[in-house]
Design a protein around this ligand. Structure first.
Ligand code: ASP
Ligand code: MG
Length: 421
């Protein structure tokens, strides 16, 4: 019997009616002969509320207690969903992260799953129960509750799919898939039917917030078939109505660009007049790394006078305050700007097409948008622009690469689904 992990995000369980709709989808999958494992988020808005309560008491909170508070959102939904299923005669049972054997690191607030001890869950499944698991939660070896970082229930779902050897992991959310860009910014955005894990990772890392990035990394590593689809539409996952994440080689006709993404939660820091000498980059990055801060685009100017140079890098604006503190003493002058955005074009097709950069830069020039920094990878070109220009930049790039016009859905080879076997 095929096993499907069905994950419902916050908007998909936002109220009792939506919880009942989600339960209905689970029942329809069961009727089709699938074994279902349900993973739920907190009802929408709940986690934000819990986080803000903690922050209102003190920004210097004990992260263990932050986790004790914010993990409760998922507990409520798991119980409600189990009841909604039981109403229809389904043998459902709620599971907290610790009950479901989600062993995590001790990095409270951003813990990582180390292992899932799935024996108890497997026994429940064997008895015909439908587990309804609180996503986002783990437990340390010492028995403290942890949470997996915002959006972490996606990662919970993929981790359970891996641990239980599931045939597919369906992530139900409030959009019907991954789009060529944010439809709120560009009305011509189109749904992508198939995207490679690699492209999706780039989309996620630069701000397409459909899936937590770690969930995509894990799915890629473990070969989990992952689908993003809408819970607000009538279709169920087995009809494959959403966006399927597949291996790169499963995309037959490679296309130049898959999408344009935009991250506005960006800030930039410039260290002015730093010594141009061996070891400086390391001395700058070390305190940031020690503080757990990721930095991204790093630009070092060529020294004009042979002594001093400027170093600019970007980071999440949420980390700006912490970063400035960590950098105390590293440079005489630190300039910050959190009114910046990172706009990126992403596509596996660009590997073989150097003209992509030209098209991108020309689109920005034609739209009269200044590029402050550029970074590239094999399948991505990112540009840092003023936040006020970010939406224009997205629209300019989307149309320059004709993402609105081209039927960009590539044909797919070898996407086998084991359902119905
Ligand atoms: N409820 C958590 C959050 O809002 C986890 C999740 O929904 O994935 O971040
Ligand atoms: Mg989410």
């Amino acid at each position: 019997m095929p096993t499907i992990v069905m994950k419902f995000g916050g908007t998909s369980v936002a109220d009792l009616q939506r919880i009942e709709n989600a339960a209905d989808k689970v029942i329809r999958e069961i009727v089709r002969g699938n074994r279902c494992v349900v993973v739920v988020s907190a009802m929408s808005g709940v986690t934000n509320q819990l986080v803000s309560w903690v922050n209102s008491l003190t920004p210097d909170y004990d992260a263990r207690e932050y986790d004790a508070v914010v993990a409760t959102g998922e507990q409520v939904t798991a119980g409600l969903m189990a009841i909604a299923l039981q109403k229809h005669g389904i043998k459902a049972r709620s599971w907290q992260g610790w009950q479901a054997g989600v062993i995590s690191t001790t990095a409270h607030g951003r813990a990582r799953i180390q292992d899932i001890e799935a024996e108890r869950l497997e026994r429940a499944l064997a008895k015909g129960e439908v587990p309804v698991i609180a996503g986002f939660q783990g437990v340390t070896a010492a028995g403290r509750i942890t949470t997996l970082g915002r959006g972490g229930s996606d990662t919970s779902a993929v981790a359970f799919a891996a641990a239980l050897n599931a045939d597919r992991c369906d992530i139900y959310t409030d959009v019907d898939g991954v789009y060529t860009t944010d439809p709120r910014i560009c009305k011509d955005a189109r749904k992508i039917s198939r995207i490679s894990f690699e492209e999706m990772l780039e989309m996620a890392s630069v701000g397409a917030k459909v899936l937590q990035i770690r969930s995509v990394e894990l799915a890629m590593k473990r070969g989990i078939k992952l689908q993003v689809l809408s819970s607000l539409e009538d279709k169920i996952g087995s009809d494959l109505p959403g966006t399927l994440l597949v291996k790169e080689e499963d995309v037959l006709e490679s296309h130049l660009i898959s999408g344009v993404s935009c991250s506005k939660d960006e800030a930039k820091i410039t260290l002015v007049g730093v010594r141009d000498m061996p070891g400086f980059a390391a001395s700058m990055v070390k305190p940031l790394a020690d503080a757990g801060i990721n930095i991204d685009m790093i630009v070092q100017n060529v020294t004009a006078d042979g002594n001093a140079t400027d170093m600019t890098f970007t980071l999440s604006s949420a980390d700006l305050h912490k970063a400035v503190k960590a950098l105390e003493g590293v440079a005489d002058k630190v300039m910050t700007d959190d009114k910046v955005a990172k706009v990126s074009v992403i596509g596996i097709g660009m590997k073989a097409h150097p003209e992509v950069a030209l098209t991108a830069f020309k689109a920005m020039a034609d739209a009269n948008i200044n590029i402050m920094a550029i970074s590239t990878s094999e399948i991505k070109i990112s540009m840092l622009v003023s936040e006020t220009k970010a939406d224009d930049a997205v629209r300019a790039l989307h149309s320059a690469f004709e993402l609105d016009k081209v039927e960009k859905t590539p044909q797919i080879l070898k996407v086998k689904h084991k359902e119905g076997r």
